[in-house]
Design a protein around this ligand. Structure first.
Ligand code: GLN
Length: 454
């Protein structure tokens, strides 16, 4: 009741929820009460969560914040959300996001932008919460849920977490099932939590993660008790500092944040090692070929027949065209066009195949660093703090917007786990995040190291 009252009071301003499932929440909470009464409480019993609109929730609004999925209510539940409900969690509603998870500011949602609950000192300017999981991050930061699900294809968990002073982890590719998550770029997409602190993120990820016969890329590895790693010593751990992340034009404050993070880990007994990840500079351009290519293919299914919106036409092709013209927003159309282009005959070898090769090189860079004894890598999470809604500079130049992902996309390209943890405030009083990158399936290392920073 307290969370629903908080949502009612704040959501009109923040716009984090696109659907509040009050009746369902109360029904689930009553069932939780009954299980608690019977001494059968699950690990998340009664914990109210917000769910990113990308996750299929049975009988509940699931539109990836796109117009083309108007009215779509799936008859099935995503594996990740089902895992949460099996552990006793309660659903408060569906959270706003960039349309089909394409964006870094949550401005491409059909439901309008989300407002960051943070503002710069002495300023009335509304800021973005980051994206694409902007609703998840803003809802957690404004205490409109105890935790939230999110997804990360190129930074969409970590960048909004950094912009809102929350914790977000993208686990290793394969840790969480993608079944029932609306696909953006299938080889990069992963689910993960956004939470108020590292411990909450650890508890949530343990419930979300599982092998799943419905997603053959999910892995058959035991899911450790992540919470148990919190508070463990990091003495003697080797932390790599990649020189390529010191990008040109990086604000001094970001460099200072990075140095502060290094100092904290050193104080806790970690050994700091300079490392090189030589193909870093190619990650962003390669990502913006691979991700749109996969998106153009995944989004072919929205044809006005199977789901959501249909705009009638004089024949079936006309109906397809009218539906897709009306149903997709600008950014999604841009991605479909880029993706279709790089996959087309004659260009496939020059762009898509080459980007896939670059991807292998990026992955190898990390493997070499880890083989040399590095346990985790520390970088800034984003090149800046939160920026203004409808920033003219960014609106005019999509490539500038894409630069937000410069520190996060490498991790998706290599399939590695990455966590964003608050590192402090900038001169405007806005949160900044640090990122830790780990070895495949060693999320525990990230939790215990991030806990030293938070
Ligand atoms: N900002 C990136 C993009 O627009 C990443 C999005 C994501 O991780 N879902 O593609």
């Amino acid at each position: 009741d307290a969370y629903i009252a908080a949502i009612e009071a704040a959501n009109e301003t923040i716009n984090a929820y696109v659907d509040v499932t009050q009746d369902k929440a109360r029904e689930m909470a009553r069932a939780s009460d009954a299980r608690i009464g019977a001494g059968k409480a699950g690990p998340l019993e009664g914990i109210p969560l917000g769910i990113k609109d990308l996750f299929a929730t049975e009988g509940v609004h699931t539109q990836a914040c796109s117009h083309i999925l108007d009215g779509f209510k799936p008859r099935y539940e995503s594996t990740v959300t089902q895992n949460l409900w099996n552990d006793g969690a309660v659903m408060l509603g569906k959270l706003n996001m960039d349309e089909f998870a394409m964006g870094s500011s949550n401005e491409s949602s059909y439901y309008g932008p989300v407002k960051n609950p943070w503002r710069a000192k002495g300023s009335n300017l509304d800021l973005v919460p980051g994206g694409s999981s902007g609703g998840s991050a803003a809802a957690v930061a404004a205490q409109l849920c105890a935790g939230a699900t999110a997804t990360d294809t190129g930074g969409s968990i970590r960048q909004p977490a950094a912009f809102t002073g929350t914790v977000g982890i993208k686990p290793t590719y394969g840790r969480c099932s993608r079944f029932g998550i609306v696909a953006f770029a299938s080889s990069l997409d992963q689910a993960g939590p956004i939470a108020r602190d590292v411990r909450d993120a650890a508890i949530l990820l343990r419930s979300m993660a599982s092998i799943d016969p419905k997603d053959t890329t999910s892995v058959d590895l035991p899911v450790p008790d992540y919470e148990a790693s919190i508070g463990q010593s990091i003495k003697g751990m080797k932390i790599g500092i990649p020189k390529e992340y010191r990008v040109e034009g990086m604000p001094e404050e970001i460099e200072a944040l990075w140095q502060q993070g290094i100092a904290w880990l050193k104080d806790a007994g970690a050994e700091i090692i300079d490392i090189t990840l030589p193909h870093t500079q190619y990650a962003l351009p390669a990502y913006y070929i691979v991700a749109p290519a996969e998106a153009s293919s995944n989004l072919a299914r929205y044809d006005g027949v199977r789901y959501g919106l249909r705009v009638d036409g004089k024949d079936i092709v006309d109906m397809y065209e009218k539906t897709r013209a009306a149903g997709f927003g600008r950014e999604v159309k841009r991605r479909i066009m880029i993706g279709t282009y790089v996959l087309s005959a004659g260009y496939y070898d020059a762009y898509y195949l080459r980007a896939q090769k670059v991807r292998t090189l990026i992955k190898r860079d990390f493997e070499i660093a880890f083989q040399a004894g590095v346990d985790a890598i520390l970088t800034p999470a984003t090149p800046s703090s939160a920026f203004g809604i409808a920033d003219e500079d960014l609106a005019a130049d999509p490539v500038k917007m894409y630069l937000n992902d410069i520190f996060t996309v490498t991790v998706n390209m290599a399939g590695l786990p990455g966590i964003a943890v608050p590192g402090g405030l900038d001169h405007k009083g806005l949160p900044l995040g640090l990122q830790l990158i780990g070895k495949p399936f060693e999320e525990e290392t990230l939790f215990k190291t991030a806990h030293v920073i938070e």
